[in-house]
Design a protein around this ligand. Structure first.
Ligand SMILES: Nc1ncnc2c1ncn2[C@@H]1O[C@H](COP(=O)(O)OP(=O)(O)O)[C@@H](O)[C@H]1O
Ligand SMILES: [Mg+2]
Length: 286
């Protein structure tokens, strides 16, 4: 394991606000990690995505916000080819994945890891087996290698001693960390986080946010964090995109979003159009 990965849980904390991280933000001239053009998806009679355009720079963390049921998880599943769109393009590091074979998608999934909403651990597998799963799937069978890589992940996620536990016996925060270990064990250059802090108390949420920022700052990992928690979005993101009625209604700097006079954005930020958001949940001082 390289030293920066080992040190993920140590050292001074990165700055607490997204605004303060701007200086360390990646140079967007390096090109896009992910570019989405005109993505359309209808499920049954429901038009979920109606022409999504999105651009994620290499090394940046983009938060995607939007109301519950608005299509955020559906959008993420498209980005690793778990769902196929009706129309549109998805470029991952310059490769269009739309018509890719499962075999080629497997190599994309090595580059782009996903932390599923609710962690999606395998209930019948131990913590160690869950974490090792992507490596096994990639063909790694050597028990010594598997043990070593799993133990590195346990260390990074501060889960030492938990390896034989079953998911049912873990707290919500531990489940997220096991899920996160599983999504980074193949050292992806990009991670999609689906509601990484939902259902967690503020202290545990904060530790997950810190891990996300450290993966970005120390390893240069590109991140997409889907969340309906505005406070979370402002804490973790370099840029924020708002998915509204099947399209990206806004994407820009957190500060730009906060100061926008647009009433649709302000209604969402202040929880006037979403039962899940109250002014208190907004929680960011201007
Ligand atoms: N596999 C599926 N089959 C049918 N409907 C789905 C499926 N996945 C998502 N949906 C529907 O798509 C809409 C968007 O869902 P989702 O992306 O999970 O929303 P979000 O993550 O923003 O809360 C919802 O109405 C949901 O019921
Ligand atoms: Mg979702």
């Amino acid at each position: 394991m390289n030293d920066s990965l080992r040190n993920l849980n140590q050292g001074p904390l990165p700055p607490e606000t997204a605004a303060a991280t701007t200086a360390a933000s990646p140079d967007r001239q390096n090109g896009s990690m992910i570019a989405v053009h005109g993505l359309v998806k209808t499920i049954g009679a429901q038009e979920i995505l109606r022409g999504v355009d999105l651009d994620v720079g290499r090394g940046e963390t983009l938060a995607i916000i939007g109301r519950s049921g608005g299509g955020k998880s559906v959008l993420l599943k498209h980005l690793i080819g778990l769902m196929r769109p009706d129309a549109g393009e998805i470029w991952i590091e310059g490769q269009n994945i739309i018509d890719m074979s499962e075999r080629n998608l497997a190599s994309i999934r090595q580059k782009v890891g996903i932390l599923f909403q609710g962690s999606a651990l395998f209930d019948s597998m131990t913590v160690a087996e869950n974490i090792a799963f992507p490596l096994r799937e990639a063909g790694e069978r050597d028990p010594t290698v598997l043990r070593k890589r799993v133990s590195e992940m346990l260390e990074v996620m501060e889960l030492q001693g938990q390896e034989e536990k079953m998911p049912v016996n873990l707290s919500g925060g531990m489940k997220k960390r096991v899920g996160l270990a599983r999504s980074i064990i193949r050292q992806p250059s990009c991670i999609l986080y689906d509601e990484p802090t939902s259902g967690l108390d503020p202290v545990v949420s904060d530790s997950i946010n810190r891990l996300i920022r450290r993966l970005q700052q120390r390893l240069g990992v590109t991140g997409i964090v889907v969340t309906h928690d505005m406070k979370n979005a402002f804490h973790v993101a370099d840029r924020i995109a708002y998915l509204h009625e099947g399209k990206i209604y806004f994407q820009g700097a957190p500060e730009e979003l906060r100061q926008s006079p647009d009433h649709i954005l302000q209604d969402f930020l202040l929880g006037r159009s979403d039962e899940q958001l109250t002014p208190k949940a907004f929680g960011v001082e201007n």
